[in-house]
Design a protein around this ligand. Structure first.
Ligand code: GLY
Length: 375
């Protein structure tokens, strides 16, 4: 089995297959896990991150949240490394009355769909999270939204596949083309050499759309840039220490406190192709949005700034399942790669394993995400 792409999705699929003794080679164009998986914030937040019209994606996200505790437990048991899975819940805040109206609309919609969300007045929100601005208008608490430390997740997955006797990861190997074939699909590398396999899984994130050889099948996946930064919460500051506990989401920024003292702030959303520059304007808007929600960040030290590339499909939903003869897609996760890793790894591993054994495998939860829907 060949997995093209060594981010959390590719490594997750390879790890699950390796647990079944399947021989897997992961081909990664850069360093495994250092693309969007590293750049992410680690929010497992379907309530805070999904829009009105994304009900299928919401169902898939709920299913992945259901897989998360076992996935984290298995990975931690296999590697002895924590992934810092936390279930503190998310606070979606409205900084002013206009934002409160918009928040009220999505709150009603979520309630109608049975989502566990609670409306909080400013005082109730401040009781729950004292580091919110006293100027906010209202907030919604989503206790079912969780988070994980995505960088620890990447490190653990990397260790898990290294320990799996049947999995090999090759880094700095770019795949130029995939030639479908029911029995022996082939990957063509940038240097022109070819690797054949029984099946190929395309998990190349933002680079998936550029892989040649699949026509007439389309893989409409493009990069959407997100600039981010992190601050140190435990740095000595004047006044009481800043110790945000919840993930906080406001219209212009989100703040994600990590157990190691980092506060991750994100993210811009820019159609800039493969550009990963960090700009003054991008950081300015993020800091302004974050400061509006939690002004206590003012005096925190900056640790790092960076930009990542979300793999976005034409309809912003992932491509999961058979793509072409011998080729399965697991890409296009857009804003939800970390959240959707367990369901993707478990279901794509089960699907490819069944195909190796000429057995049937149906996963109803993947049905709306058939990669051929763009034909
Ligand atoms: N899921 C966070 C982001 O896309 O910025």
């Amino acid at each position: 089995m060949l997995v093209v792409g060594g981010g959390v999705v590719g490594l997750g699929v390879a790890w699950r297959l390796g647990q079944q003794g399947v021989r897997v080679t992961v081909l990664e164009r850069g360093e495994a896990g250092r693309g969007a998986s590293w750049a992410a914030a680690g929010m497992l937040a379907p309530v805070a991150e999904l829009g009105f019209e994304e009900l299928d994606l919401y169902a898939l996200s709920r299913e992945s949240l259901r897989h998360w505790p076992a996935f984290a437990r298995d990975l931690e048991a296999a590697t002895g490394r924590s992934v810092d899975y936390r279930d503190d819940g998310t606070l979606v805040v409205a900084p002013d009355r206009d934002a409160a109206e918009a928040l009220r609309r999505s709150f009603r919609f979520q309630q109608q769909h049975g989502v566990d969300v609670r409306w909080l007045s400013r005082d109730a929100a401040l009781d729950l999270e004292p580091f919110l601005s006293p100027r906010i208008a209202a907030a919604v608490h989503a206790p079912g939204d969780h988070q994980v430390d995505n960088r620890r997740l990447v490190t653990a997955l990397r260790a898990a596949v290294e320990d799996a006797a049947s999995v090999t990861v090759q880094e700095h190997v770019a795949v130029r083309a995939i030639h479908p074939d029911a029995d022996a699909p082939r990957a063509v590398l940038d240097d022109g050499s070819e690797i054949a396999a029984r099946q190929v899984v395309l998990a190349a994130g933002a680079w998936s759309g550029g892989v040649e050889g699949l026509a007439p099948v389309e893989v409409p996946v493009r990069p959407v840039k997100g600039q981010m930064l992190s601050l140190r919460m435990d740095a000595p500051v004047a006044g009481p220490p800043f110790g945000l506990r919840h993930v906080v989401r406001s219209p212009d920024a989100y703040l994600v406190p990590k157990s190691d003292g980092r506060l991750v702030i994100g993210a811009t959303s820019e159609e800039q192709a493969f550009d990963t520059r960090v700009t003054a304007g991008g950081l300015y808007r993020l800091l302004e949005g974050a400061w509006e929600a939690c002004p206590g960040i003012d005096d925190l030290d900056v640790i790092e700034t960076w930009a990542g590339l979300r793999p976005a499909s034409r309809d912003h939903a992932p491509l999961l399942g058979p793509l072409a003869p011998g080729v399965v897609a697991a890409t296009g996760h857009y804003r939800h790669g970390i959240l959707l890793t367990p369901v993707t790894a478990d279901e794509i591993a089960a699907l490819t394993l069944a195909r190796l054994r000429d057995a049937d495998h149906t996963a109803d939860v993947l049905a709306p995400f058939a990669p051929t829907r763009f034909a």
